[in-house]
Ligand binder design. Structure first.
Ligand code: SAM
Length: 233
């Protein structure tokens, strides 16, 4: 068994990426929730998908030039098969030019990194002034640890076993402050799954589950923000 939070798990589970009823089912639901925060693209707009995994944002970023960065070879291959321009790299040192992105998407990655500060700095570096960040991650609460690790790893629709190291879960105040340090005013809101839809998923696994906004940031939350324009612009 791999250690907790080893990115090579995503190579091992590559066949699961595009199964809507499989190990990554909830990532499909989260991609859909993320997509609702994505602005309409201007012609030629570039979206950088930080830790793109198997490319689940591809259907939601049509109209953008979709560039995905990840460490997992197998995931990148799948993302490419779904039309993403992929580049292998670490989110703490993105192999991309400064201010190349009109949109940065950072879905379910901040809770996987040892160096959150470097990751946020890189996200901000590649985002152009006036560009948008859309992200989601997991809070560093006992409830998130209980619901997404202790219980979550044992129930359908929960994260795969060993996927998370709760030590790396992210306090939203810290994320907002780090983004602010890099010129991005991040607004956050909680997310939870629709209870009736999750009950239906448990019965048949036939339909996706809608993630709905909630006031509580105690477990999963999403954020969106715009990078401040330079004063000389
Ligand atoms: C939970 S998945 C999220 C994937 C995708 N953003 C989504 O929401 O479908 C986490 C992804 O982060 C990647 N990853 C983990 N650590 C990374 C790092 N330091 N640099 C780049 N990718 C990383 C993994 O390979 C995996 O594809």
């Amino acid at each position: 068994m791999r250690p907790r939070n080893d990115y090579r798990q995503y190579d091992d589970l590559a066949a699961e990426w595009w199964r809507t009823d499989g190990e990554f089912a909830a990532l499909h639901w989260l991609a859909d929730a993320r997509a609702r925060l994505v602005p309409e693209p201007d012609p030629g707009a570039v979206a950088v998908d930080v830790a793109c995994g198997g490319g689940l944002m591809a259907p939601h970023l049509r109209g953008y030039r979709h560039v995905g960065v990840d460490l997992s070879h197998m995931s990148l291959q799948l993302a490419r098969d779904h039309g993403v321009e992929v580049v292998r790299g670490d989110v703490t040192a993105l192999p991309l030019a400064d201010e190349c992105a009109d949109l940065v998407v950072a879905g379910e990655i901040f809770e996987h990194v040892e160096d959150l500060e470097a990751t946020v700095a890189e996200v901000a570096r590649v985002l152009r002034p006036g560009g948008t960040l859309v992200c989601d991650t997991i809070n560093s609460t006992w409830w998130a640890r209980f619901s997404l690790v202790t219980v979550g790893e044992r129930i359908p629709g929960g994260p795969p076993p060993q996927c998370h190291d709760a030590r790396l879960f992210v306090d939203p105040r810290r994320l907002v402050a780090l983004c602010g340090d890099h010129g991005i005013e991040l607004k956050v809101r909680g997310l939870r799954f629709s209870v009736p839809q999750y009950a239906a998923f448990l019965m048949s696994r036939a339909r996706p589950v809608r993630m709905v906004p909630t006031r509580s940031l105690a477990a999963v939350y999403q954020g969106t923000g715009t990078k401040r324009a330079r004063v000389d612009d």
